[in-house]
Design a protein around this ligand. Structure first.
Ligand code: HEC
Length: 154
């Protein structure tokens, strides 16, 4: 029995070491300050601080990579969330969205945070301080509503 256990442990150790060779590309592309959401919309310091605390790790090119982002299999999961998050919404490249896309994204920021669906649950598991309070959601929604009105010329 102890012999089997020993081999199981060895097998896991070997698998863990081998897994480290599969490294997802995790980088921050250079940010052009003239293309960011801050450059394109009116972002109050209050909104900026909420985004920074709770969203920017997955929705900008200014991700803070923690130490475990270098260790498989955590690195694979993280890379996937960041790639998908940036694909859907990238505050660092806000200039790439036309008016319709901006309107939809702003609308979704309010809707999704009201539902409590962002930040993602697995992120909150580690980043407790990223959880949005009700007041944070209100601040975000007031901001997205005001910016949508402005974009739509109201
Ligand atoms: C751990 C990474 C992570 C964090 C942190 C995070 N998101 Fe996301 N977000 C994603 C991923 C992945 C998707 C795409 C898949 C999905 O919808 O679940 C997404 C999708 C979205 C979308 C949908 C975009 C579209 O296509 O319309 C919005 C809006 C959004 N996030 C807003 C936020 C906001 C606001 C915050 C901060 C309060 C936040 N997210 C924090 C990973 C993250």
């Amino acid at each position: 029995m102890r012999k089997i256990l020993k081999w199981v442990v060895v097998a896991f150790a070997v698998a863990f070491v081998c897994a480290q060779f599969y490294r997802p590309a995790m980088t921050n592309a250079a940010v052009d300050p003239s293309r960011t959401v801050e450059a394109r919309l009116r972002v109050t310091p209050e909104v900026q601080s909420i985004l920074k605390r709770s969203c920017n790790d997955c929705h900008t090119n200014q991700t803070r990579f923690p130490w475990y982002s270098k260790v498989a299999p955590a690195s694979w999961l993280l890379a996937q969330d960041i790639r998908e998050g940036r694909d859907h919404l990238n505050f660092s490249d806000w200039a790439s969205y036309d008016e319709e896309e901006q309107d939809l994204l702003l609308q979704n920021i309010c809707r999704i945070t009201k539902r409590g669906a962002m930040p993602l649950g697995n992120y909150l598991y580690i980043h407790h301080d990223a959880k949005l309070a009700e007041a944070d959601v209100t601040t975000l929604c007031n901001w997205t509503n005001a910016e949508r009105d402005r974009l739509n010329g109201k």
